[in-house]
Design a protein around this ligand. Structure first.
Ligand code: SIN
Length: 526
């Protein structure tokens, strides 16, 4: 197996990975950076983000850091860390200015001022957007373009991380696999920016690459992970499966922010029964309301009436949504749009501070894979891209001022050859896992459903029988999905209360004193 050396290895080509690479290069143009991505360059959760990015702009006289912090803490249901929220909010204005230097831009009005939108649980308009409803795609395109111009950032596509190389709690690099060969990549610093877990669920807005790899390899390496029971379900994914992308297309919360109403087929609106803030209640409440209506009425979806926004505004603000719905024969300016909840974002993650430091030396985590304390039990819409960019910026600054404990000798990792699992069987394992996670570890859960899910996942693990070495990237993905599913289920079993996105029908109360949950390698799972 080949053994290569870089100053920094970054895993993931979403907004966190790209911006961290650019900031590191800006601070130290001499440093050799490797950016590894499991799919094609740029494929990530970030790419599909629609609504936008929160920014408390100094020019926005209606907003303040205090107001944004308050909204985030309310949505976070007692588990957001005030220090983290304040820090990230305070740095939002300056990070927007910095992003502009790298070619990122946001939509502006005829006077050149940024146009701001609103999403659920925000008190004021404070969300920047780009391309109308394609904020992630536009930010990604700009940052990808900037990265490609830097010769000292090398990009490795279609390559999975098998494991971290960790000795005496110091991360020395990673072992990669590209479906034909293994490689050991040694680096002074390893930064995970590997995204989320949506593909663990039957219904998700996330792309196919979101299989929880970063959480799983960190767990195997002994890092501390936090709040793994908190999965955010978006209330309004288009209720039509997209077989090409193995997901469901997102209908942005910004559509409700601009006035769209949730209703049944006959137009009956129902949100007032669930919360006085109606369509703009925090996301967990709206997702539960939609799911309850679907179960009560024995229907596969509810509807979003966006026609009330008016044709001209709808087409200008939501061109991507309009186009996608039109491809399914839905005219959002005229028809009700069929929507249903879907797994969307993971609030838990690898425990870090806002410099990205994890519990393992020289291992950093940024973006959805990290748990900085911002999101608590329920993320406030459009806070995630803000966290990506502020923490990428801080991580790069921190690393630039740091002396590393460099690795001395690194033992080579020699994987054995293993038999490939038949494709049909592999797909059936994945589908069984997604089904049980959706049915039993979803919007509503209880002891019985969680125990059923744990048994199902342990059975899949036994049948798959590849705890270490696998034969393909897809097999490594399944190995990671199994590990992360068990961590989510076990954490959900342990939390005997309902809080934010974790809703236990057998423990409806919210405990007076909020507490984070942590998992480490010693946790016995099956
Ligand atoms: C959306 O556009 O509804 C998603 C925004 C987010 O997840 O923050």
């Amino acid at each position: 197996m080949k053994n290569t050396h870089y100053d920094t290895t970054i895993i993931g080509s979403g907004i966190s990975g790209l911006y961290t690479a650019l900031k590191l290069n800006e601070l130290n143009p001499e440093s050799k950076i490797l950016l590894i991505t499991k799919d094609k360059f740029g494929e990530s959760n970030s790419y599909y983000a629609q609504g936008g990015m929160v920014a408390v702009l100094h020019s926005n006289k209606n907003d303040s850091v205090e107001c944004h912090v308050k909204d985030t803490l309310v949505a976070g249901a007692g588990l957001s860390e005030k220090d983290s929220v304040e820090f990230i909010s305070e740095n939002s204005d300056s990070v927007v200015k910095d992003l502009l230097k790298f070619g990122v831009n946001f939509d502006r009005d005829e006077n050149g001022n940024f146009t701001l939108t609103k999403e659920a649980a925000h008190s004021v308009r404070r969300i920047l957007h780009s391309g109308g409803d394609a904020t992630g795609r536009e930010m990604e395109k700009a940052l990808m373009h900037a990265v490609k111009k830097v010769p000292d950032i090398e990009i490795k596509e279609n390559t999975a991380i098998v494991d971290l190389v960790v000795k005496d709690n110091i991360c020395e690099g990673v072992v990669t696999f590209d479906n034909s060969k293994y490689e050991q990549i040694i680096s002074d610093v390893t930064i995970l920016a590997s995204g989320g877990i949506g593909q663990l669920y039957k219904y998700t807005t996330n792309p196919q690459c979101a299989t929880g790899d970063g959480f799983s390899i960190c767990y195997r390496a002994g890092a501390v992970l936090r709040d793994m029971e908190f999965v955010q379900f978006h209330p309004t994914a288009l209720a039509i499966d997209d077989p090409e992308h193995h997901n469901r297309f997102l209908i942005s919360e910004a559509v409700r922010g601009e006035g769209a109403k949730l209703c049944l087929k006959d137009g009956t609106e129902y949100m007032i029964k669930y919360d006085p803030r109606k369509e703009l209640a925090p996301r967990d409440i709206v997702a539960r309301a939609n799911y309850t209506e679907m179960q009560k009425n024995k229907i596969d979806n509810v509807y979003l009436n966006a026609t009330v926004i008016g044709k001209e505004k709808l087409l200008k603000r939501f061109p991507t949504i309009n186009q996608k719905c039109a491809s399914y024969g839905i005219d959002i300016t005229h028809d009700y749009t069929p929507v249903a909840p879907a797994a969307h974002y993971f609030m838990g993650g690898v425990k870090t501070n806002f410099n990205g430091e994890t519990s393992i030396k020289n291992l950093y985590a940024v973006g959805e894979v990290s748990s900085t304390g911002l999101h608590g039990a329920n993320r406030l819409a459009s806070n995630s891209i803000l966290e990506c960019v502020v923490c990428a910026y801080e991580t790069a600054q921190h690393l630039n001022n740091k002396d590393y404990t460099k690795s001395e000798t690194v033992e080579m990792y020699e994987p054995a050859n293993v038999q490939k699992t038949e494709e049909k069987v592999l797909q059936s394992f994945k589908q069984r896992l997604k089904d049980t996670m959706w049915n039993n570890v979803g919007i509503f859960r209880d002891e019985k459903s969680l125990t059923t899910a744990l048994n199902d996942v342990c059975e899949i693990e036994k049948e798959f029988n590849k705890p270490d070495i696998c034969a393909s990237i897809e097999e490594y993905e399944l190995r990671n999905m199994i590990t992360v599913a068990k961590l989510i289920i076990q954490s959900a079993l342990n939390r005997k209360e309902s809080r934010g996105a974790h809703y236990r029908t057998d423990y409806l109360q919210t405990d007076k004193v909020p507490r984070h949950s942590e998992v480490k390698k010693e946790m016995v799972l099956c």
